[in-house]
Design a protein around this ligand. Structure first.
Ligand SMILES: Nc1nc2c(ncn2[C@@H]2O[C@H](COP(=O)(O)OP(=O)(O)O)[C@@H](O)[C@H]2O)c(=O)[nH]1
Ligand SMILES: [Mg+2]
Length: 939
């Protein structure tokens, strides 16, 4: 069925006639040129090229280009080449063509990290984008600059365009003559760069890891993601498979029994119906706006796809034509919110299909349906689409016909209908008088019916196969990455059952490690008991040594050896690829991973937190890279213990190089485990080894500030740290790792003098502190001592709390213990609103009364007083406290929600405050690594 407006004005009447003509199939097709002969072979590069060459012969006015063969075309128009060069130099990115921008570059702390600066010149734009994106700020795509830029920052082309405009300006036309003078004084347009150009230029200047990070952050902001990155300069378009791999989504799947379950998976793996939206020649309807409307729930417009109405005065695209973007819909399981019943993907090709034929071909091969928006279907468009006659996708047209071309449109459209095997219901007319809402509803209905029918369902991985066949470059297809993947597969193939693997292959972590940790803990607690008998000490020492001898008698198993080979590859990039592959490979082991919404987790915790068995995990720990590193740590620990005890000559050490390997990974951005999540203890020799190695590697730049986040799991600690600094702590998984992890943030050389340190060591306490009550006995003791340890190491501590919940007693306890020792980190209490915006949160003033930290402190004091601590300390603590209330993370309902601007801005303010405190030296003395090693040993 065609869209036939119900109530017709005179103008609409014209369209009605068109519609009827279309339905009846009337047309005169006499003068259509001979059909283009396509060979029987499958759609291939050669045909695409042949087709457009044939068309070139016609008097078509302009030529369809960008056939696949352009990829090899050496005399590609030089205009294109210079356009990219110009854009890169305008944005200050030309230096990153040989040596690409890396993830570590983007993490550096500099004076800019503290400023909420707005870009002033085009060269600021990439950095502005990266910083805003790192902070998950939905404003990142805004390319508005605050000041006029110097004229010499303008690209030559634009200047000449402006000159032309000045010369040919006709003052008599519609401007008074003296307006010409004011014209020359008008400020330059405030957005000289199209945001899509900025994105393309930045991605072309970034290495694959930074690309991955950019896409991950963009997905959290719910921006559409680039799928095919055009590069006209090098005549290579890149399909971004690797870059998309890191994007993980949680969504609700309807089980056959009607129960919704949450599953977490990488977006490149799920096979979902895919709908492509493309423009042919010109279209008065905006594709991106239409897509945004289709994807936005009722009354809440969210602009996933950037479109020209978003920023005022935006320039046209210079280099981003040919970009294919992808966005997904994921159901939340709440019927009233879900636009579609199942996950779907949407593709958007920027630019016209004739000039981006290769991309268009790809889309027709991977989509369940293709929507073509156009105003014109003339001979050349007819021929173009005729060549798709073998295509098996479903085509739909969205027309906004020019009056004058009505008949031509109809003629060619009617001929296309049998060619593309469609009927009149596939032709929709949208003119300015069409009611937008009902039009969007109609498209959604079409999408739903296609998805219900047996349609093509491809994953992004499948799409990459198709792209490879068409001659596109896949970002994963090079040796280092593939070698790393093979190594990962070699390890993963052997893992049939995670528990059995942990037991058989990661042997040192089992009982021996747990027992050793237990005995060492006892040993450490001895000084608290007055005058322990020397005999007891010796006995404990003997037991530890026995266990370590046992451990040291083992050999690393084949899986561990393969892992060690992977991380000791001489190529830094191969090592990094290997780690990422391992992370994903291991994450998929138990997949599809069931997941509980965060709210459920939080309510479950108090019960679990009461568990008194220290070795009983709160939830099963998934197998991760940290287990392999932990195993290495145990080998090192056992060996060092024997060397210390004189039972092994230092010359016979086999694992002395392990800390060096791990530190390389830390420097490359991998979070390293500090407190072992299985034994809930610090492997002291291993950590000391790591820090010593770090000291050597950092050379003279090793002044360190330690910043930690403490709190109950699920209160958003990791999300907070990641948003604040662009780190990679595991978040949101129902079974995230239990141990605490550290990551290193380099401070820019020019800023370290000002900040007073060269590195910031960030510690995420993970799932250590469950909120156990003092009545939980040993469990509480353990948590309190771990909290003391982490806070003792820190200069700055963020205590993350859920609104309406008390401060975990273990943390309060740690405060009191530390007060006694005289070390007190600078601390901030952060209350996180763990509900989304749809649940009204208490107003700030009410909250203050609801959550009264002093009363929490009072309660804790009652407990601590028993141990002889004074209430005065606590009162002092309460006075000096710093309390933050962070707005809800999500704007809307996950999984379709974007990070809220309020959250992002609040986190930025907190970051600024923390850095300010570090700079002002409010935190206790900044230390070097040597002192930190001392602290670890002492605490
Ligand atoms: N509604 C809401 N959810 C949050 C907030 N912060 C984190 N989350 C979600 O809560 C879950 C746990 O967050 P995570 O950072 O891993 O918490 P952690 O265990 O304390 O490190 C994740 O799914 C987050 O997306 C918040 O401020 N509001
Ligand atoms: Mg966490």
């Amino acid at each position: 069925m065609l869209i036939a407006p119900l109530c017709l004005t005179q103008r609409q009447e014209t369209h009605r006639i068109e519609v009827e003509l279309l339905v009846k199939g009337h047309s005169d097709l006499g003068e259509v040129a001979p059909e283009v002969k396509a060979s029987d072979s499958q759609t291939s590069v050669a045909i695409a090229d042949l087709e457009w060459r044939e068309m070139e012969g016609d008097d078509c006015g302009f030529h369809y280009g960008d056939g696949a063969n352009e990829a090899q075309d050496s005399d590609f128009p030089t205009v294109e080449r210079s356009r990219l060069q110009e854009m890169l130099s305008l944005l200050g990115l030309e230096t990153y063509q040989a040596q690409k921008l890396t993830l570590q570059d983007s993490l550096q702390i500099s004076s800019d990290s503290m400023k909420n600066w707005a870009p002033q010149v085009p060269k600021d734009l990439p950095w502005h984008f990266l910083r805003k994106l790192q902070a998950l700020n939905s404003d990142a795509r805004n390319t508005t600059m605050v000041l006029d830029m110097p004229p010499d920052a303008w690209p030559a082309e634009k200047e000449s365009q402006m000159e032309e405009e000045m010369i040919y300006w006709d003052p008599a036309e519609d401007m008074a003559a003296d307006d010409i003078y004011s014209f020359s004084e008008l400020p330059m347009p405030d957005t000289p760069v199209n945001p899509l150009d900025l994105l393309c230029a930045l991605l072309l200047s970034s290495d694959t890891f930074l690309q991955q990070e950019v896409l991950l952050k963009m997905s959290l902001c719910q921006f559409a993601l680039p799928l095919v990155l055009p590069d006209s300069e090098n005549h290579y378009h890149t399909f971004l498979l690797w870059a998309l791999r890191g994007v993980v989504r949680t969504c609700c799947f309807q089980s056959p029994r009607g129960l919704g379950s949450f599953r977490e998976d990488s977006v490149v793996l799920s096979r979902v119906p895919t709908f492509a939206f493309v423009r042919m020649d010109v279209s008065s309807n905006s594709k991106s706006q239409l897509l945004n409307a289709i994807l936005s729930p009722a009354r809440r417009q969210w602009d996933r796809f950037w479109h020209r109405d978003l920023n005022l005065g935006t320039n046209s695209r210079e280099i981003a034509d040919g970009l294919v973007e992808i966005s997904w819909f994921f159901p939340s399981g709440k019927e009233d919110l879900d636009i579609f019943p199942e996950p779907m993907a949407f593709l958007n090709l920027r630019g016209d299909i004739g000039s981006h034929w290769l991309q268009f071909k790809l889309l027709t091969e991977v989509s369940s349906a293709v929507f073509i928006l156009t105003d014109n279907i003339s001979k050349k468009e007819y021929k173009l689409l005729y060549s798709m006659k073998e295509s098996t996708t479903k085509y739909y047209f969205i027309l906004s016909p020019y009056r004058g071309k009505r008949n031509t449109n109809l003629r060619f459209l009617n001929r296309l209908i049998p060619v593309l095997k469609i009927d009149h219901s596939h032709v929709l007319v949208k003119v300015s008088s069409t009611d937008n809402e009902s039009f969007v509803r109609r498209i959604r209905a079409i999408i739903c019916s296609v998805a219900r029918s047996p349609c093509r369902r491809l994953s992004v991985e499948d799409m990459a196969h198709a792209a490879r066949k068409l001659g596109l470059r896949i970002d994963e297809d090079f040796e280092e990455c593939q070698k790393a993947k093979e190594r990962m597969e070699k390890i993963i193939r052997k893992i049939k059952d995670v528990d059995a693997y942990k037991r058989d292959e990661l042997r040192l972590q089992g009982d021996p490690a747990r027992k050793a940790a237990q005995v060492e803990r006892e040993f450490c607690q001895l000084p608290w008991v007055s005058e322990p008998p020397e005999k007891h000490r010796a006995e404990l020492r003997r037991r530890v040594l026995e266990l370590r001898v046992q451990q040291n008698g083992q050999e690393p198993t084949s899986g561990v050896q393969e892992f060690i080979l992977g991380i000791s590859s001489p190529s830094l990039r191969e090592r990094q690829y290997f780690l990422r592959w391992m992370e994903w490979g291991l994450a998929r082991l138990g997949s599809p991973r069931p997941r509980q919404p965060p709210e459920t987790l939080l309510t479950l915790r108090p019960k679990l937190g009461g568990a008194s068995d220290l070795n009983e995990p709160f939830w099963p720990e998934p197998l991760g890279v940290e287990h392999f590193l932990r195993e290495m740590g145990q080998f090192y620990e056992a060996e060092s213990c024997l060397v210390e005890a004189g039972r092994l000559p230092a010359g016979q050490r086999r694992f002395a190089h392990f800390p060096g390997l791990a530190v390389e990974l830390l420097l490359g951005g991998l979070p390293l485990e500090l407190v072992d999540g299985a034994t809930l203890s610090i492997p002291v020799r291993w950590v000391t080894g790591l820090l010593k190695e770090l000291h050597v590697r950092l050379d003279r730049r090793s002044r360190l500030v330690v910043l930690s986040a403490l709190g109950v799991p699920g209160t958003g600690k990791s999300t907070l740290l990641n948003t604040m600094f662009g780190l990679r702590f595991a978040t949101g998984r129902s079974c995230s790792p239990r141990g605490s992890f550290m990551q290193l943030l380099p401070v820019a050389e020019g800023f370290s003098q000002d900040l007073g340190c060269d590195q910031i060591l960030v510690i995420d306490s993970g799932g250590l502190i469950s909120g156990a009550l003092p009545s939980a006995g040993d469990r509480f003791e353990l948590e309190a001592s771990l909290a003391t340890l982490l806070m003792g190491l820190s200069n700055v501590t963020v205590v993350s709390l859920a609104e309406m919940k008390d401060i975990p007693p273990a943390i309060l306890h740690a405060f009191l213990r530390l007060e006694k020792t005289g070390h007190m980190p600078n601390y901030q209490f952060v209350y996180q609103n763990l509900h989304d915006l749809s649940v009204p949160s208490p107003k700030p003033r009410d909250r203050r009364q609801l959550l009264d930290p002093p009363s929490d402190l009072g309660r804790a004091a009652t407990h601590v007083e028993k141990q002889g601590s004074s209430f005065r300390t606590l009162a002092g603590l309460a006075e000096r406290q710093h309390v933050w209330h962070i707005p809800a993370l999500w704007h809307g309902a996950p999984p379709m929600a974007a990070v809220s601007l309020g959250y992002s801005e609040a986190i930025f303010e907190l970051k600024r405050c923390l850095l300010e405190n570090i700079r002002n030296g409010l935190s206790s003395q900044n230390q070097n690594i040597q002192q930190l090693i001392e602290l670890v040993r002492r605490l």
